[in-house]
Ligand binder design. Sequence first.
Ligand code: C5P
Length: 399
Amino acid sequence: MSDNKRLLLIVSGGIAAYKCLEVIRRLRERGHAVRCILTKAGAEFVTPLSLAALSEDKVYDDLFSLTDESEMGHIRLSREADLVLVAPATASILAKMAAGIADDLATTALLATDCPVVVAPAMNVRMWEHPATQANMAVLEARGVRRIGPVEGDMACGEWGMGRMAEADAITAAVEDLFSGRGRLAGRRALVTSGPTHEALDPVRYLANRSSGKQGHAIARAFSRLGAETVLVSGPTGQPDPAGVETVHVETALEMLAACEKALPVDAFVAAAAVSDWRIAQPATDKIKKGKAPPLDLVENPDILARLAGAGNRRPGLVIGFAAETETVVPNAAEKRRAKGCDWIVANDVSAGTGVFGGDTNTVHLITAEGVEHWPPLAKDAVAERLASRVADALDKAP
Ligand code: C5P
């Protein structure tokens, strides 16, 4: 059958390795071919025999095996697949992938492959939340590596939190979606704003804010991962352009508004940018001399969120704003939802000490017409994933 695909499954060392047996079984049932590479650490958790029996193929585990190389070199192994899945993906293999290290068959195949790569991370919550792992994951995602999970729950080590590998059915469903080229948001268009805006005082100075763009960029990646055609309009940030996302770089609020209007029509709009409420009426054309106070004659910027929410027949199907608050977070955000005419507001506390600006985690409250949901503290990527999946639910239900 031409619909049958070939998966190269890389099993690295983690207690969750047993779940990949179920993934193999389900994919084989659907007629897909599964070929396995087992790392040395992976072999501490599952046996080559189990993998071979379920995949009905030889299991590859040794880079320097002459038989393996003559039968199936690592380059061919990585190329003769439609998708590479690393499950479980340990902190160590993610770090090696991010750094381009190729010191065993698994990492060599990963460096040599030219097909899509998916990882299903599995590790202790602290290892997952460690800045090194988060940075490695961000590098990989910006390069186009897809991620499934991890999810929250009890861990084998006795702790609770984010880091459990996604369950076999979620992994199988995601692999099937990728095989068929569809995702839950396939055929949808999404627009996301991210980062701060810079409003010029003169050719070298500007008014700005502390937004890092991490949350907005994560949302654009999450939409794209679910198959949406995604446009990201970004103010100046240090974030890499997400792979597969059309990224439009702007500096000012006026430029951001113009880029957003150009991207319409869209099914969903998420205004995650921290847009400057004000701009300098007449920025100086020459650098203002030291000792001379800059003229702070401010004019109000257009509210991009309110503009798009009120765009009549060009209004995005679902309009989602962010509300960064420092006091009475939920009531202020609920009022903002009403005042700006958006469907949902994602509210967060950005008071000094919360570490939200520039940090990797966020504690948010989702305010919809139905009420308020208080989400637990989550990595910004996880907030993005939940939000994208909620958008997919809402668009599925929309008439
Ligand atoms: O009013 P406030 O700035 O707190 O509202 C925040 C929300 O409005 C965010 O979603 C932000 O992206 C959006 N916004 C906008 N244009 C502005 C100001 C804020 O889109 N000029």
